[in-house]
Design a protein around this ligand. Sequence first.
Ligand code: ZN
Ligand code: ZN
Length: 123
Amino acid sequence: MFFMIGITQGRKAFEYDQLVICDHCGSYGRYQVFMTYMCLSLFFIPCLKWNRQYYVKTTCCNTIYSLDPELGRRIARGEAVEILPQNLTQVQAGYKSRIKSCDNCGFETQEDFEFCPKCGKRF
Ligand SMILES: [Zn+2]
Ligand SMILES: [Zn+2]
């Protein structure tokens, strides 16, 4: 008997949206919840999932937090729960794309120019 066994890492996003004021970047953002898991497939049919881990990502700056698994399981079941800061542990700090603008001519760019490409003034 020959078995085709594969182990992959899966990722699933939940329908969850919570408005927050981000304590990382200070702007309004939303928590998005997703889960990662290891999946064993037999003949390409997923049959075993384990090591589920729940994460939260902020939409403002893409900071990633690991979420309390109990709360994660409730969100996975579709319960309306509120995520509190004490349920989260930051795993990866996000960054916000900054827009530089020239105080001389008002030109705006996200590129990392040292001088304004329009009027040549130093940023
Ligand atoms: Zn943020
Ligand atoms: Zn300029």
